[in-house]
Design a protein around this ligand. Sequence first.
Ligand code: TRP
Length: 365
Amino acid sequence: MEQKEKIILTGDRPTGKLHIGHYVGSLRRRVELQNSGLYNKIFVFEADAQALTDNIDNPEKVRQNVIEVALDYLAAGLDPTKTTLFIQSQIPELCELSFYFMDMVSVSRLQRNPTVKTEIQMRGFNGESIPVGFFTYPISQAADIAMFKATTVPAGDDQEPMLEQCREIVRRFNNIYGDTLVEPNILLPENAACLRLPGTDGKAKMSKSLGNCIYLSDSADEVNKKVKTMYTDPLHLQVNDPGHLEGNTVFTYLDAFATDEQVARYTTDYATLQEMKDHYTRGGLGDMKCKKLLMAVLQEVLEPIRQRRAEYEKDIPAVYEILRKGCEVARAAACETMDEVRRAMKINYFDDRALIEEQARRFQK
Ligand code: TRP
């Protein structure tokens, strides 16, 4: 399908407040894209229905986090006058498109989706106990993307299999029914540190259950406390020991957050992060100095976010109103696409004069 417009769609499951891993992995980039002026439309949504697919025993968690994530979005700099912020469950057309998409995917293709595979293992589902809605969420996610004719989906590399699945479904749909929907591209984070920020304990991923997150809504004191106890290099016992950068969380975070300009401004000895790394590797640079720099850099990023959040928190009904308006805009776009889909599938019976007349002729013979 020829697509002249450039459209972004991306989102998150509202299962917890957003942390700095979300920030470097996706939020920061979204705000840049929003302000770049290169995109005709930008949709950012909360995948609450998808969150329910594996939280059915705790729907209240999802309900409570819808507002938290909305506040995090706004605090991070998403601007509702430029970006349509909406909630998945409020767009019933998504169910409709998913229903037709289900005919375009086989069970074995879903079973081969690597993200679903790992998630099934992580959640300890075995065989028959996998909820159908959970198993099929890649289909629903394909509908999320295709519904808005997204050309560009900024997301982490864990979403790559979802995008691949979406492209396959769209291709299949267009082959059967004619060019209607758009094949999306993923837009990955720019550097490796941002791809998956480790937890403060050095574990592979920030996760609420591991208690190793720095949240966007953490106070300055909380952030500093978390940085002070952060995992570094277990072999770097004395200041003069040579330090290791590999797997050193402080340096991974510095890679993700610090600019050379900040390194030069906040330290007396280094003009670039590389110079500081060299010193650390040679030996003679203590962890605390590196942590002090990280604290300064994090506070510089997080302080404006905290302030914006505090402003929005003063008027929560207004935040729900932003979401409601966003849902209206998103729904209008979804209705437009569904009209095209029904026309392409020729299930728009009552608008199809030719069909009605043809059938009339057939029965008059
Ligand atoms: N699966 C994504 C996550 O877990 C959320 C999501 C749902 C999404 N639908 C999407 C992301 C469409 C990008 C595009 O965070």
